[in-house]
Design a protein around this ligand. Structure first.
Ligand SMILES: NC(=O)c1ccc[n+]([C@@H]2O[C@H](COP(=O)([O-])OP(=O)(O)OC[C@H]3O[C@@H](n4cnc5c(N)ncnc54)[C@H](O)[C@@H]3O)[C@@H](O)[C@H]2O)c1
Length: 286
């Protein structure tokens, strides 16, 4: 182990845009990270994404080690049993409850009673997810923002069974990762997505109703409300499938039609126009 390596091993489940970024954050902080996903092909995209991000940060002098030193702390696995020796788990697979359920059931077979487990879910109940593992008191919501290496906030969410020790472990961990934690109640969408996602839905309605064009709607919010990125560009970055899944959870769990997804969003997701990750959403990308 080199001098900067931490002794706890971290597992990140899901190597998409968030899982890759989370693995990068932990590896940059000195942790050895095992990333799990369902196919080797996904790992190639994840490695490219991490390398590109590290090179950008390095060119701005924002990382202390070489990209190789950080990258070499990350390994990739398609066999979930290879995560058995990890101490900290961060689940970041699709925002789909059935998929998360399947993952936690598989993980439960080898999970050590001393490990801490978190989900990066954007909207699901932490209490419900915690009951999928044998030690719900060691389970928490640990919600990174996109992209994790850049964004400062982490929402820390206690479920009904989460032990105070688990909360203080993750609170301190967020600070160690050089992030700023905020505490949120276990309520659909927590703080950020309860506010952000309905705003994005409203922007999609504005486009759907022909109030203005996509770039003009984004310009309105950037120049008129001082947002660093327009709501439609942000939806493309989050992933339109994830935005839709969060809206459906808000609508179902809070029982209010004001969260009903705009039909245009439903159409785009049905066509697999998911934003940046499929190179087409409200804009097109190279
Ligand atoms: N996109 C955002 O801006 C954002 C921000 C905060 C939190 N989140 C949350 O993070 C999670 C991941 O979102 P994302 O944007 O990275 O999605 P993504 O589509 O980029 O990646 C999801 C990954 O999950 C993997 N996956 C699917 N089924 C799996 C399984 N059975 N086992 C292991 N991996 C599996 C997929 O192969 C994919 O690589 C979601 O819960 C989402 O709500 C997303």
């Amino acid at each position: 182990m080199n001098a900067t390596e931490k002794s706890s091993k971290v597992a990140v489940i899901g190597a998409g845009q968030m899982g890759s970024g989370i693995a990068q954050v932990f590896a940059t902080c000195g942790y050895c990270v095992k990333v799990y996903d369902i196919s080797e092909e996904i790992f190639r995209t994840s490695q490219k994404r991490i390398l590109g991000s590290l090179q950008k940060l390095q060119s701005k002098d924002l990382i202390k080690e070489t990209t190789e030193e950080i990258r070499d702390r990350i390994s990739y696995h398609v066999n979930i049993n290879e995560l058995a020796d990890c101490d900290i788990f961060i689940e970041s697979a699709f925002e789909n409850f059935a998929i998360k359920e399947e993952i936690f059931q598989k993980l439960s077979r080898t999970l050590k009673p001393t490990s801490f487990v978190a989900s990066n879910t954007s909207s699901y109940s932490i209490t419900a997810l915690s009951q999928l593992i044998p030690y719900p008191e060691r389970f928490i919501g640990f919600h990174f923002m996109n992209p994790p290496p850049i964004m400062e906030l982490i929402e820390v969410i206690k479920g009904l069974y989460t032990h105070e020790k688990t909360f203080s472990f993750f609170w301190k961990l967020a600070k160690e990762l050089e992030k700023t934690p905020i505490a949120s109640k276990n309520s659909p969408g927590f703080v950020l997505n309860r506010i952000l996602i309905p705003m994005i839905n409203e922007a999609i309605y504005a486009l759907y109703e022909g109030i203005s064009t996509a770039d003009q709607i984004d310009a309105a919010m950037k120049l008129g409300a001082n947002h660093p990125i327009g709501p439609l560009a942000l939806a493309n970055l989050i992933g339109l499938d994830t935005v839709l899944a969060i809206l459906k959870t808000l609508q179902k769990e809070l029982g209010e039609n004001k969260y009903a997804p705009c039909p245009l969003l439903e159409n785009y997701v049905a066509k697999r126009w998911l934003g940046k990750k499929t190179k087409k959403g409200f804009y097109e990308y190279e």
